[in-house]
Design a protein around this ligand. Structure first.
Ligand code: ADP
Length: 311
């Protein structure tokens, strides 16, 4: 089983407008989705046919509605309840622009976090792979993913962590390291405090190798949008280059790559296959208007066109 963690899910609400009328009335038809990076990972894993369970925190009436949306998507979920209301995030798509309104979300109490941690422990005990994605809600300290990584790692699960900033840093200096981290180029540059370029993979390798925080992390995969990704695994450097595509909506491509990596790692695939699978998922997501959704009818074509090489 693959367990996905979404600590700050949201009711993602999209309004499509031909023109946004500011300081006037806009009549809209909402499209509502159970959102959050971990839920994108979950839906893609569902498309890939994996046995996947989503967990995290669900708050109040909004949380109940999120559970209904997950049910409607056929997602198996087991979230811990909290008192604060889960957030709503609104994206207004108008005149080729995307104007977003993101609620900060509920504040989580120490007791609620403890109850979640116990649920997580029980679920992680049944998981081969655990993915953890996204930011943490208010009231949850930056060490949360580090503690969850320790619990899951000690239970024998492989932890794939897709976060940034202080929570990534805390997990990288924790006692049990994540099995895989997937920063994008700007997240890695911010973490290392230096500008990195997709044209200089050896420079990225040197920066990672000279930083002790990455010691013991089996896979460091740096995603680079349309340029694909560079991966560092077992002392080897891999480069994955996706086919050129008409990009429709790349939101959620990072989450889709994490799903692809989790799928292949759970299946104990060879390193090159892990990379091919993750990049194919990221690219397919970018070809579809929906976030965290792959046009599976194009799987063979895209999967077969991802170029993976060892440097
Ligand atoms: P994030 O969403 O975390 O910033 P990226 O934008 O780096 O992640 O995208 C993740 C992966 O999705 C890339 O490594 C690549 O395989 C694929 N991808 C993203 N954008 C494109 C694109 N325009 N064309 C082809 N593949 C893409």
């Amino acid at each position: 089983m693959i367990l996905t963690v979404t600590m700050n899910p949201s009711i993602d609400t999209a309004y499509h407008l031909e023109k946004l009328a500011v300081d006037d009335v806009n009549r809209v038809e909402p499209v509502k989705t159970a959102g959050g990076k971990g839920l994108n990972v979950t839906r893609v894993l569902g498309q890939l046919g994996d046995d996947v369970v989503a967990t995290g925190l669900l708050g109040g009436h909004m949380g109940e509605f999120l559970a209904d949306l997950m049910d409607a998507d056929g997602v198996t979920h087991d979230f811990a309840p909290i008192t604060g209301e889960s957030r709503i995030c609104i994206a207004v798509l108008h005149e080729g622009c995307q104007t977003e309104f993101l609620e900060s979300g509920p504040v989580v109490s120490e007791k609620e976090l403890e109850a979640f941690t116990e649920k997580f422990r029980a679920l992680a005990a049944k998981a081969d792979v655990v993915t953890m994605s996204g930011s943490l809600p208010r009231g949850v300290d930056a060490g949360c993913y580090a503690r969850l990584t320790e619990i899951a790692g000690e239970l024998g699960a492989k932890v794939l962590l897709d976060t940034s900033g202080a929570s990534l840093d805390a997990a990288l200096v924790g006692t049990v390291k994540p099995y895989l981290v997937k920063p994008n180029l700007s997240e890695l540059s911010a973490l290392l405090g230096r500008e990195l370029s997709s044209d200089d993979v050896l420079g990225i390798r040197d920066a990672i190798e000279s930083d002790g925080r990455f010691d013991g992390v089996a896979w460091v995969i740096v995603s680079m949008g349309a340029a694909g990704s560079a991966a560092f695994h077992d002392g080897e450097i891999f480069r994955a280059v996706p086919p050129r595509i008409d990009c429709v909506n790349a939101t959620g491509s990072g989450d889709s790559t994490v799903a692809g990596f989790a799928h292949a790692i759970a299946a104990e695939a060879e390193p090159a296959e892990v990379l091919r699978c993750g990049n194919a998922c990221g690219t397919l997501n970018a070809m579809d208007p929906k976030t965290g959704h792959l046009p599976m009818e194009r799987w063979d074509e895209v999967f077969g066109s991802v170029q993976v090489s060892k440097l």
